[in-house]
Design a binder for this molecule. Structure first.
Ligand code: PMP
Length: 418
């Protein structure tokens, strides 16, 4: 372990919670150098929706390497990119009646967000943006400026300007009508709100603590954007690619954002890849105006193509995700019930993005640490890490789900003494 502690920067984080050296992984399990097996309900923070090293993708990937297919190609036309685009259009866009141009930014979520924000400013000629309380959009300066978390914002070291936060759904526990403040300041010439180009929103706030926006809130936001001439950017980096059930998390609201960001599980194999989807009339980029060396991760295109063919040509995965999400919900309801009286907690989330929020400070982290003793990987989220967060691979079997949920129940019992 010393090489990591001696040489790797203090910025390292997840490894501090899971201080073992991992060596191999398959499906929903990781194995460390001592041969211990861990159940993975962290799922690469949403980058491993199909588990580790899925066989259906590994074969085509190895074949592609074997035949010396293009590995690095900037944004050149390649067969791998062409096949991905055809498949994305046939399997994802057309069946949903969606018409988007596809931009390949650098391969991270933050790069997709930067690109979306730049484009919104270019289209409208306006600087200002609207973000939402407890949002998370990435760690680069533009993405941080629309992110809520004060610790992460503090890391910027410069003022983060040009965006105004509005209350996310349920910020006031339903005490006020949706968009009361937002609409008031938009309409009031004396409000001092800088005229915004766009809103950027997550349908379920992942890092912010598994906060789901209601369908009617999302529809209300779409309607507000249309009425007031704001572009609507949905950041589907974490909740897209089936995490909440449908491929795009906004599908349940029947809305069409103007710009969508996708990354994390789009390659299906955990390989870096990101997309910005742009309504054709808004594809106003000049050639090379948003650039980057790694915009064409061709091995990722290969696995992404096979992911779409294998998991998204029918609705089996979507239905299964919703069913497993309900199973997690039931198990969490029991945990919450059993804990009542000892400590206050409640559950939140959608599909297979689920969490339990604890009132008592530090409790969620203690539960995650206890679960790790039982060899289960879990994350925490929320501004004070008050939410125990689950993002298991969507392909996790029912037996594995039962196993992990039993560990969580046991860990909560031990930590709370309930
Ligand atoms: N947007 C959202 C909604 C995210 O959850 C994340 C990452 N957690 C990002 C953007 C940034 O993605 P990346 O870490 O790949 O830059």
């Amino acid at each position: 372990m010393t090489v990591f502690e001696d040489l790797e920067s203090e910025v390292r984080s997840y490894c501090r919670n899971w201080p073992v050296v991992f060596d191999t992984a398959k499906g929903s399990r990781l194995t460390d150098v001592d041969g211990n097996s861990y159940l993975d309900f962290f799922g690469g923070a949403g980058a491993l929706n199909y588990g580790h090293n899925p066989e259906v993708l590994k074969g085509p990937l190895l074949e592609y390497f074997q035949r010396d297919g293009i590995t690095h190609g900037l944004d050149m036309y390649t067969t791998a990119k062409g096949e991905f685009l055809h498949t994305f259009e046939d399997v994802i866009l057309k069946p949903r009646g969606l018409d988007y141009k596809v931009q390949f930014p650098g391969p991270t979520g933050a790069n997709a967000v930067e690109s979306a924000l730049k484009l919104a400013r270019k289209i409208t000629g306006k600087e200002a943006l609207i973000n939402f309380t407890n949002a998370f959009h990435g760690m680069t300066l533009g993405a941080l400026s629309v992110t809520g978390n004060s610790m992460k914002r503090g890391g910027a070291g410069i003022p983060l300007v040009h965006s105004t936060p509005m209350p996310f759904d349920n910020y006031f526990d339903g005490k006020f009508p949706d968009f009361l403040w937002f609409e008031k300041v938009l309409d009031d010439a004396g409000s001092s709100l800088n005229d915004p180009a766009a809103v950027i929103v997550e349908t379920v706030q992942g890092e912010g603590g598994l906060n789901p926006a209601r369908i009617e809130w999302l529809q209300g936001l779409r309607d507000l954007c249309t009425r007031k001439g704001l572009l609507m950017i949905v950041d589907d980096v974490q909740m897209g690619c089936g995490r909440t059930g449908p491929f795009f998390s906004f599908e349940i609201a029947g809305i069409q954002p103007d710009i969508v960001t996708i990354s994390k599980s789009i390659s299906g194999y955990g390989l870096p890849m990101a997309l910005v989807l742009i309504k054709p009339e808004y594809d106003q980029w000049g050639p090379g105006e948003h650039n980057g060396t790694f915009r064409g991760n061709n091995p990722a295109f290969v696995t992404a193509t096979h992911t779409l063919r294998h998991w998204w040509s029918d609705d089996v995965l979507e239905r299964d995700t919703l069913r497993k999400g309900e199973k997690i919900e039931e198990a969490f309801a029991k945990i919450v019930k059993d804990t009542t009286g000892t400590t206050e907690c409640f559950q939140k989330g959608r599909g297979m993005a689920r969490g339990i929020q604890f009132d008592e400070e530090g409790l969620a982290e203690k539960v995650a640490a206890k679960a790790f003793e039982h060899r289960l990987l879990l994350e925490t989220a929320g501004p004070d890490d008050e939410v125990l967060k689950l993002l298991p691979p969507l392909t996790t079997s029912d037996d594995e789900l039962d196993e992990g949920l039993a560990i969580i129940a046991e860990s909560v019992r031990t930590v709370t003494g309930s």
